[in-house]
Structure formats: structure tokens, C-alpha cells
Design a protein. Sequence first.
Lengths: 322, 298
Amino acid sequence: MTSATRVMTASGVRPSARPRGRGLVRHWPMYVAIAPFFLLFLGFGLFPTAYSLVLSFQDWNGLGAAKWTGIDNYTRLFTDPTFWLSVRNTFVIFVLSTFPMLVIALAVAAMLNNAVRFSTAFRIAYFVPNITSVVAMAVLFGSIFGENFGLANAALHSLGLPGVQWLSTPFGIQLTISILITYQWTGYNAIIFLAGMQSIGGEVYEAAKLDGAGPIRSFFSITLPLLRPTIIFVLVVSTVTGMQSFTEAQVLTASSSTTNPNSGGAGQGGLTMVLYFYQQAFSYNRFGYGAAIAWGVFLIVVIFTIISWRFTAGKKEDKARA
Amino acid sequence: MTLTTPPPATITEHITTAGVPLRRRRKATPGRVLLYGVLTLGAFISLFPLYWLVVMASNSTSDIYTTPPTFVPGPRLFDNIGAVFSRIDFAGSLLNTVIVACSVTFLVLVFDSLAAFAFAKFEFPLRRTLFTITLVTFMLPMQLAVIPQFITMTNLGWVGQLQALIVPAAANAFGIFWLRQYMVSSIPDELMDASVLDGAGFFRQWFTVCLPLIRPGLGFLGIFTFIAAWNDYLWPLVVLTNPNQVTLQVAMAQLNTAFGQDYGMVMAGALLAVLPLLIVFLIGARQFIGDIAKGAIK
């Protein structure tokens, strides 16, 4: 936000050559130009968001009359064990995917930063998983992590290891979803880390080299600290998207869920927060309760985003004190 | 690995020793061999699932279900694709997806570039406030709006119709923000002044000065929007309530749930859903990856 505002004031906006007249009339083309976005935002952004707040205080199944129930939906949400299970599942998936992803992405970026040859080919290869559709990849991973004939267990067996019950235990499901997320987002984050690394001037490294620092040392004492803004960006984006994961879980568990295709598979291990929201709102038509879940999810996402922001920003103070 | 010791290296070395350092080329030290080895392994892991998708899509289920599994593409790709087309209305959902992704991309490029142009190059009352509002809308999470938006679509009679996917997505804050940044640095004020002298108004300036200068920026935003629209899943799943009129992603999930045992066919469907996007991506890959990175570190 702050950088955006700064760029705005510093940008070369031309003051209008003519004296200020009756602005709104004279500047009509600009208002026409920005009107589509604002109309769409009012109709499909602001209005629905406000309406969902109203809905969250009502009991409504989409037909008939809505009933005001005050804060009932929220008290129910607070004591709903399935909601808290979905929070826990989401958190486990978030931790299992985000941290390996960030470490691997940093390592890949550091390697790409040192590789001169085939650098474009490598970048494309690492980026491709991110543009393939989540649904297609979830379908594919569903077969790779299949119990009896899946490739993952075949590989484990060939190494003399026992197979894993990937999609029939809660933790197995969470692990599979995490592997899928890691697969799709590591290359994307590596490309962003790489851009951050390349914006660090070469002189710093030259100076460190003169002081006798090896590549490992300069990575930890130069690259990582100077990369902090990029790391914050990546962690915040990963938190926001990870906390709202839906497609991976829905597609991977739909066929193995017995009661309802949106119940999250064995032991509801794949029931993420947004999947639970979808299930309540659109499998059971609980629009009021669904809206309350959406606000609960929003609040949790905001809290975790602030925590992960503080987590990375806090390191700075530690370093300064040390 | 072999990658690091191709013949040209020795030639360069030879030239360098002759006293003409044409280009500093690093020798194949163990460290560099390890570097390229690990990078190649990573690229292999990255691409292997797509290769495996092709293997499964071109074999019959019984060929896939052998121990050890087949690792080479088989002869049944077209049989499997044919099965996809006969089991579900694959052509219909492909057409729906193309219509949605193309319309959304076109509208986003028009609306976002118009708004970005106004914000980037003109002064008008409330400009700052309106731009700040645009930025704030970034932060509203999508799922808050899903239920009311579904109710709105019901009232409009758009449930099950493609415009329910197209209209809400026709303009977005990200594109306006991104294009505005791009315009500030790539449209010279002199050109704007010259076009004013020629008597061009706002919309002619947009069309004749702005659009030609921001082509690469439009290219990035276009690919980005197209990919997002093509891969969208939650909203189409909610609003396209008629199972016979869906997008590719929803159709693929249905195929997987209904015929999950016929792996060859399901994977052929997944392959067809991924392929057009891969092609669009590979056309602009180099530029696109550069722009993604640039946007992130700004």
C-alpha cells in the first residue's frame, strides 16, 4: 500500500493544461473510462459483501422468507466441531505445504541465479506446473497416489518401503494435498525469489568475497537478509491462498467421500475451511450459516496473514539487535 | 553431467589461452556439475507429472495397472480421447470454456486499460480517492461474495448461463493497477501533447497512442487473465447448475467422479484440458515469466 501511494505521487501525471472548470462535466471521458470497473465492483463486489454480512445474521435456505436469528449463526460457528476440524485441516495443509515450498523455492532460485546456461529453459520448466489447471493436476495426483496401483506406492515398494495409505487416511489426504500444492507453487515462488536475488547488486557479493566469505556464507548473510521484502511478499501470498485452498481438496476427495462429495474424504481429513463453506452453502443450501462461515474464514485469514507478516518482519529486529 | 562439458567449452578455452578472452566461461568444476545436475533433476520432477499424464492418457487402464507400471506412451491416445467425447459433452464444455476465457480476457483488456489510462495520464476530481478505492478492492476475499452473488444471479435469471461467469470478471483491480504502473513509465508526455494538438480526445488517445505503446503489458495481462479464467473452478461449480452446460474444469471433475475407474479416458480428458493452456503459455513464456517476477518485486 505505502509503496503504491508513493509511486502515485511520484508519477508524471500531467496537470490539466486548462484552468479548473466544472470538473465532473468537463472530465466526463475519464469517468466513463473508469465507470465499468466501479459499476462491476458495486454490483459484484461491494453489494454482495455487504449482503453477506446481512445474510450471516439470518436463517435462509434460498427459498421462502429469511428469518432474523441475530448472532445465532456465529455462536453456532464458534461451537461447531466440524468447523474447527476444517480450521485444523487447513492449518496442517498450510504448514505441510508452505514451509517445504519456501525452502525448496529459495534453493532453486539460488541455483538458477548461478546457472548461466539454459536459464530460460529451466525457468519455463519450473514454471509450467503453475499454469496447468488445479483440477487436471488433482485428477492426475489422485491416480499417482492411488493405494494399490499408484505410482507413488510403486516407487516406495521398489525401494523396499511399505506403501502409504495416501487417500484413505486423514493425514494421508492432507499430505497428498500438500504435495500437490507444493508441486504447483514451488516454481512460481522460485521465479519471484530469483527476481529478488537479481535486484541485489553484484558489488555486495564482491565485497563479501574480498572479506573471504564463501558462497554459502554470502547466501545466509547477504542474500537472505536483503531478500526479506520478497520473502514477506511470497509468505503473505502463500498464506492468503493456502488458507483458502479448495479445489485440490474438493477434487482429490470427491470420489472417496461417501456421505456427500464435499465432505472431505476419509475422516474428513481433506475438509478445508472453504470446502466446508461450499458444502454448507451449496450442498445443504444453508445460506445464512454459509455466510457466517465465510466471515469466520475471512477473519482467520486476516489473523494468519498478520502473523506471517510479523513473523518475517520480526526477524529484522532480531538481526538489528544481534 | 554431460550438459556442462559440450565441445564449445574447449574451443573457448583454447581461444582464451591464445590471449583473446572472448567470453568468460566457467569450467566444469565439480560444483558446477552438481549445480546443473540438481537443476536438471528439479526440472525433471517438475515436468514428469505432465509426461506421466501423456503415458496414462495413451494407455488402457489395464496397461497402466501393471506391476511394474508402463513408462512409455501407448497406442490408445485417440481411442481414449474418443471415449471422452462420447461419454460427456466434452466439445460443448471446451467451447464454453473458450467463450468464457476469450470474452473475459477481451473485456478485461479493454476496461482495465481504459481505467488505467485515465488514472495514469489525466488529472480529474476524486482521482486519488477513486484509485485508492480500486486498490482496497484487491483485499476483499472472493468467498465472502459467493452466496450473495449466486442469489443475484438467480434474480437476474443468469444461473446456468455463461454470462454469470463473464460479467463479474470483466474488469479487475489487479489489471488496472498493473497497467497503470506500466503506462506511467511507457507513455511519454510529449506524445500525449502532440495528440492533443492533433485534436484527439480521450478515447482516440487511448486507441492511437496508449494501446500501441503498452502492447507487451497487454500481452502479459491477457495471458494472466486467460489462464485464470480457464482454470477457474469454485464459481463455475456454484453457478453452472446444469450438469450438461459446464466449463472444462467442472466437466473434468465430473468425469473423474463418474468414471474414475477408467484412468486412460479420464487422463485423456485432463490432457485435453491442460494442452491449450500450455500452448498459450509457451507462446509468451519468456516475457510472461519476466513480468510475473517484475510485478512481485516492485
